[in-house]
Design a protein around this ligand. Structure first.
Ligand code: BG6
Length: 482
């Protein structure tokens, strides 16, 4: 299956923080892949703007190395050189006046102008102010901002206010890279492109929903940042919240930015408060050759959670009474992100009590090994009466769509959407604030209780209390490592 390229307009993309980790690992390699696919129109330019003492060729060398490091396949050297030639660099001081005139002089009128704020949120306001002071904002201008978008409702409001003083909401693209993942968008295709599931997608037929984003990695080199965030702020408030929204929302009337975001917002606002005994926080302990969370974070008394499981409810007509169980953590048994919709047992067994009651399960595997599995009940073949067996109807996207199926990185899709001016996969101001409004009391609750996260072994299923959270309800998590 060959990808279909929708052309975008010619653009100037300016990456503040262009020499930083995100630019090197994600943004520049994503742009290169779009370039190779022929999606970047001739004359489009990418300008990195940062504090580093670099010149154009120094940055080009850095970008070349970043692309090589991020690439799994052999690269076409002539394409790489052509892409690199179109990169530029301007030394800019976000807090001073250095470099701004030079940057302004480089920008062209009448073409899409996107400023990517790949910097900490403390600089968002200063960058926004200077873009205005130096007259760089026109009607074709967009800005892209990364998470963390605040660390609570108040800071998120302050950021929104700072940006809204300088830009219209239609110009602001708040990235949650999970929305750019092909399989996350596929969740909407499965729900709203099929008749089969939607009539059953409610509390009458669904027993519960499990959403897991498990990682094998630890905090990596980001221990200092992570220790101030923890799994709630780093993953649940944004990525898991988005997965929850797409799973629970009502069908939007059309696939357009405000229709989709209105429906997601309704889900977040309908989330009930979470009881303390429905929250399990964990922290990975030292295990054989693997350092503990506290060592990784260089904070021997840290109480930050590297694992979080919780049970919540979407209080709407559709979902009241159906629990949603969310779980995420680092140093777990495997990298495994999935949404499992567990349907209720059949109401009555016509095959007698011995055949038992059975239920269906729809599993949407987001990463790795993207695919969909529907657990169905069949007759066990052979003699011995009517014995029932649960088997998976298994569809791996790689097998079904072939090795050439294109699964672009989330950033490829999202950056092109910015250029296209399509905000569907970006978070709106009210959505981010609603997510914090739900998250804040949960965090305040455990801080007030002086909660200490439960230790768990690295590369395990997480703390045993997480299993108990489900077992108390007569349910169980799917194994992460399966
Ligand atoms: C980031 C978090 O937003 O998402 C990281 O800050 C996390 O802590 C990462 O590792 C996970 O993203 P992905 O795409 O690897 O699932």
């Amino acid at each position: 299956m060959v990808s279909r390229i929708i052309p975008v307009e010619q653009f100037d993309l300016i990456i503040f923080g262009g020499t930083g980790d995100l630019a090197r690992r994600k943004i520049i390699p994503a742009l290169f892949k779009r370039f190779c696919d022929g999606q970047m129109p001739d004359g489009s330019r990418t300008i990195a703007a940062a504090r580093s003492d670099l010149d154009r060729s120094g940055f080009q060398k850095m970008a070349r190395e970043a692309i090589v490091a991020a690439s799994e396949n052999e690269l076409d050297d002539s394409q790489l050189s052509a892409f690199i030639d179109a990169l530029d660099y301007v030394k800019v001081d976000a807090l001073g006046e250095e470099g701004w005139q030079d940057l302004a002089a480089q920008l062209r009128p009448d073409c899409v102008r996107a400023f990517y704020f790949s910097v900490g949120p403390s600089l968002f306001g200063d960058l926004a102010d200077r873009l205005h002071t130096y007259n760089m904002v026109d009607e074709n201008t967009r800005i892209v901002v990364e998470k963390p978008f605040g660390r609570d409702l108040e800071t998120a409001k302050t950021l929104n206010k700072a940006l809204s003083q300088r830009f219209d909401e239609k110009q602001i693209y708040r990235i949650d890279h999970y929305l750019g993942k092909e399989t996350v968008q596929n969740l909407m295709a499965v729900r709203f492109g099929n008749l089969l599931f939607e009539p059953l997608w409610n509390s009458q037929y669904v027993d519960h929903i499990q959403i897991t984003v498990a990682e094998e990695v630890g905090t990596g080199g980001r221990g200092a940042y992570y220790d101030k965030s923890g799994a709630m702020r780093d993953m649940v408030q944004n990525h898991l919240m988005q997965l929850l929204c797409l799973t629970a929302m009502e069908p939007p009337a059309k696939f357009d930015p405000d229709a989709v975001r209105d429906e997601k917002l309704k889900v977040i606002r309908a989330l009930g408060p979470v009881e303390p005994h429905h929250i399990v926080r964990g922290q990975y302990a030292e295990t054989e050759n693997t350092a503990s969370y506290r060592d990784d974070a260089e904070n021997p008394s840290s109480r930050t959670e590297s694992f979080l499981a919780l049970k919540c409810e979407v209080k709407t007509w559709r979902w009241a009474g159906t629990p949603f169980y969310l779980r995420t953590g680092k140093r777990l048994a495997a990298r495994d992100s999935e949404i499992v919709v567990v349907f209720k047992d059949t109401p009555h067994s016509i095959f007698g009590e011995d055949a038992g009651r059975h239920h269906n399960e729809l599993r949407i595997q987001l990463q790795p090994n993207e695919g969909i599995t529907l657990k169905v009940t069949i007759k066990e073949p052979g003699p011995g009466g009517m014995r029932l067996l649960d088997v998976p109807l298994d569809m791996s996207f790689a097998e079904t769509l072939g090795p050439d199926a294109d699964t672009p990185d989330a950033y490829e899709r999202l950056i092109m959407d910015v250029i296209r001016g399509n905000q569907t996969l970006f978070m709106r101001d009210d959505e981010v604030e609603a997510a914090w409004a739900w998250t804040d009391p949960i965090i305040q609750g455990w801080e007030a209780r002086n909660d200490v996260p439960k230790p768990y072994d690295a590369f395990s299923e997480g703390p045993t209390d997480a299993a108990l959270l489900m077992q108390r309800d007569g349910r169980e998590w799917r194994n992460i490592a399966e």
